[in-house]
Design a protein around this ligand. Structure first.
Ligand code: PGA
Length: 251
């Protein structure tokens, strides 16, 4: 079956307002192949103006980079899923390894965030991925599948089929080191068959699985060419309009 193809940029905590809006404007004018969706994971402050700017740009959508697991309340500095819904932000990235490492997000907390996001109709890009030590020990598949099991497998088949999963080996994020196309394909196939075991092949075949970790214009085509790789979650290279355009063209 033909799955959705996705080129997602994760700006992280980069770019000041005018710079960010200028980049979003450039992306809104980019040439995007048929069947490809572009997602911009922008800082929270820029979500509303980006949503407004991209309202009539059919193939480019905005995503938050996180939301809180509580519905609302005394959580200074945090953003609730309902707030994202209230500004028509359609998507949220959850479980990025930087959130897990620096903000103590564990699988149980992420299961709660997933539920809140779904309650507010947000499409989730759920990140998973192992550290270098885990890979050296040969335990990467068990580690990643456990992340999915503990945060996602309480969902019904109908609901999990709406998710996007991003496999991002921690050792490849922002390091310039990329998983080889074979390493990416092996893990993506393992993730898909793990989902198939739980939910059946038909559901597993519907879920786009993105690769993240030093995707660049120079390696995107090879990585996206793997049968179980449906696109990328791109950090550094998504900040450069020219590179991001080339990545979008790499399917
Ligand atoms: P990178 O980041 O492309 O800069 O490695 C990817 C990510 O963390 O989403």
């Amino acid at each position: 079956m033909t799955r959705r193809k996705i080129a997602a940029g994760n700006w992280k905590m980069n770019m000041e307002f005018e710079e960010g809006m200028e980049l979003a404007r450039k992306v809104s004018h980019m040439d995007i192949p048929d069947g490809v969706e572009v997602i911009l994971g922008v800082p929270s402050l820029y979500l509303k103006p980006c949503v407004d700017m991209l309202l009539h740009v059919p193939k480019v959508h905005v995503s938050a980079q996180n939301c809180h697991q509580a519905k609302k309340g005394a959580y200074t500095g945090e953003i609730a899923a309902g707030m994202l819904e209230s500004i028509s932000c359609p998507k949220v990235i959850l479980g990025h390894s930087e959130r897990r490492a620096y903000f103590q997000e564990d699988n149980a907390m992420l299961a709660e965030k997933v539920d809140r996001a779904l309650e507010h109709g947000l499409e989730i890009i759920f990140c998973c991925g192992e550290s270098l030590d885990t890979r050296k020990a040969g335990e990467q598949n068990a580690f990643v599948t456990n992340q999915l099991k503990e945060s996602l497998f309480h969902l019904s088949a109908e609901v999990i089929s709406t998710l996007v999963i991003a496999y991002e080996p921690i050792w490849a994020i922002g390091t310039g080191e990329t998983a080889s196309p074979e390493q990416a394909q092996d893990m993506h196939a393992a993730i898909r068959s793990f989902i198939a075991e739980q939910y059946g092949q038909e559901i597993a075949e519907q879920i786009p699985i993105l690769y993240g970790g030093s995707v660049k214009a120079a390696n995107a085509q090879q990585i996206f060419g793997q049968s179980d790789v449906d696109g990328g979650l791109v950090g550094g290279a998504s900040l450069d309009a020219e590179q991001f355009q080339q990545i979008i063209q790499s399917f």
